[in-house]
Design a binder for this molecule. Structure first.
Ligand SMILES: Cc1cc2nc3c(=O)[nH]c(=O)nc-3n(C[C@H](O)[C@H](O)[C@H](O)COP(=O)(O)OP(=O)(O)OC[C@H]3O[C@@H](n4cnc5c(N)ncnc54)[C@H](O)[C@@H]3O)c2cc1C
Length: 465
């Protein structure tokens, strides 16, 4: 159960940072969390490290990847520490449904102390310096934490400030929204409810992002909602994407092309949002083919921000030229420092950045890091598995699953490229429980075993080259 202490700290955090538009009471939160809370029995307590602490394993980041890995190594006890500054852990994949008014924001958040294993040390601070030659990281407090092995799982940085006027618009214009940030995801549904027609614009930036499907999922849900409001005939829905295709995998791109055509959605490729003037209600896009700028008047704007590796990592010796933690694509071991591993959105792994990918990576990282700890070699195991439930309405979803080669790697023995209710139900109702109760407890390594069973062992195997 949630303790009174964590309940009141969660309530005050949500209220303090205006994370929820309502003023919340502990009763609201208990009700919201009752169905999904991850129970370790007792709770992890933040620890202040002594001047120079030493651990066998340090995990930097307590998000999807960091929590899953910490749970897998929980038996190390106080020989393992997670460095994580936030009091709250978010289940971000549900924010698409929060933005569409289909789930409450509270269902996406748990106190960090509830999701980290109680047996390990939680160092509630930021890593600010990485020194892999001398095997330590430095914290914001100035303390050093030494390690034998390091796992980096710091996620991806949201660069809202790279689009001129966007933060100001998000702060001041109720029709400019973004599902990507806990502070702004709660603006989306009220803006949809208030919408009376005009241009509804959805953007995809000119950088790698987490969940490449999310910028368009909210668009399909908005389209459905505008139809129920009776304003769709007064509305132009426009998807302005920096990419040259609607989705990176042909099978699902073909299916999505049919969806946008059937729904009368206008797609402009190679259009990158560079400026928002919320007073004039104009969004400016750079056309990536000819570098010319083009203005769009908007009545509703859902912005997906540019993203990049966290600044702290960019200036560290751990990254490749593009700033991502430089790990081997099949073993997740660092390419230069063998006692360092990485997983999730901050890494160089050339696959789509999703929690589904993180689940698969966490099992492989556990195997290979355990091998290295035991003096054994790593094994190339990760095929780039990732998944994106492309929600197309509140009753349908295309469940994309694929590998490094962009080849479908589907779990179920039916065509997942077809819009289906069952895959929507899985995304909306089953996956949150799988996340909180199984993945964060280190017990979900992705669906490869289920896939084998479903296909009677005859499923395609990815080549690890
Ligand atoms: C709107 C939206 C929809 C999505 N939909 C889906 C979906 O349908 N399916 C899916 O699989 N995925 C989806 N995702 C993506 C998924 O949430 C991420 O890919 C996943 O959370 C990545 O896990 P991670 O551990 O790499 O990073 P995160 O979970 O983001 O965790 C990173 C952690 O690192 C911490 N950190 C950052 N800097 C430091 C520092 N200096 N020191 C210490 N700690 C630090 C952060 O506080 C954070 O807790 C979606 C994401 C969004 C935003």
């Amino acid at each position: 159960m949630l303790s009174r202490q964590s309940l009141s700290s969660l309530t005050s955090c949500l209220n303090k940072y205006s994370i929820c538009s309502l003023s919340l009471t502990p009763t609201h939160i208990t009700d919201a969390l009752r169905s999904s809370v991850c129970r370790y029995g007792t709770e992890a307590q933040p620890k202040t490290p002594s001047k120079s602490s030493q651990y066998k394993l340090v995990v930097v980041g307590g998000g999807s990847g960091g929590c899953a890995v910490a749970a897998k190594f929980a038996s190390l006890g106080k020989n393992c520490a997670v460095v994580e500054p936030s009091d709250l852990h978010y289940y971000q994949p549900i924010w698409t449904l929060v933005g569409a008014g289909l789930k409450g924001f509270q269902s996406s958040v748990q106190p960090m102390r509830e999701v980290l294993p109680e047996s390990i040390d939680w160092i509630k601070d930021k890593a600010t310096v990485f020194n892999p030659k001398e095997n330590y990281i430095q914290l914001n407090s100035g303390e050093r934490v030494h390690y034998e092995y390091l796992v980096v799982a710091m996620g991806i940085q949201l660069d809202y400030d790279k689009v001129s006027g966007l933060i100001e618009a998000l702060e001041n214009d109720s029709t400019v929204v973004s599902n990507y940030h806990p502070k702004w995801v709660n603006k989306t549904f009220p803006a949809l409810q208030e919408f009376t027609g005009g241009n509804a614009i959805f953007t995809f930036p000119n950088t790698p992002i987490k969940c490449a499907g999310a910028p368009q999922k909210i668009m399909y849900l908005a389209d459905e909602y505008f139809r129920t409001l009776g304003v769709r005939n007064k509305t132009e829905i426009i998807y302005n994407t920096s990419l040259g295709v609607i989705f990176g995998v042909k099978k699902y791109a073909d299916a999505l092309q049919n969806v946008v055509q059937a729904r009368d959605i206008k797609v402009n490729y190679k259009h990158n949002l560079v400026q928002v003037d919320h007073k004039a209600k104009v969004a400016t896009f750079e056309k990536l083919d000819d570098n010319k700028q083009v203005n769009f008047q908007y009545s509703f704007l859902h912005a997906t921000p540019p993203m990049s590796s966290p600044d702290v990592l960019k200036k560290s010796p751990l990254v490749n030229e593009a700033g991502w933690v430089d790990v081997h694509k099949h073993t997740l071991q660092h390419n230069k420092y063998p006692n360092v591993f990485g997983l999730g959105d901050c890494t160089s792994l050339p696959t789509s950045k999703t929690a589904a990918a993180v689940a698969a990576q966490s099992g492989i990282l556990h195997k290979n890091l355990s091998a290295v700890m035991a003096g054994a070699p790593t094994v190339p195991l990760y095929d780039g598995y990732t998944s994106c439930p492309l929600i197309t309405s509140s009753k349908s979803c295309i469940l994309a699953e694929f590998d490094y080669d962009g080849k479908p790697l589907e779990t179920f023995p039916f065509n997942q490229g077809k819009e289906r209710k069952i895959t929507y139900d899985m995304k909306a109702h089953m996956m949150p429980t799988l996340y909180w109760r199984v993945m964060l407890r280190g017990r979900w390594n992705g669906p490869s075993t289920v896939r084998k069973m479903m296909h009677l062992g005859l499923n395609r195997q990815s080549k690890l080259t």
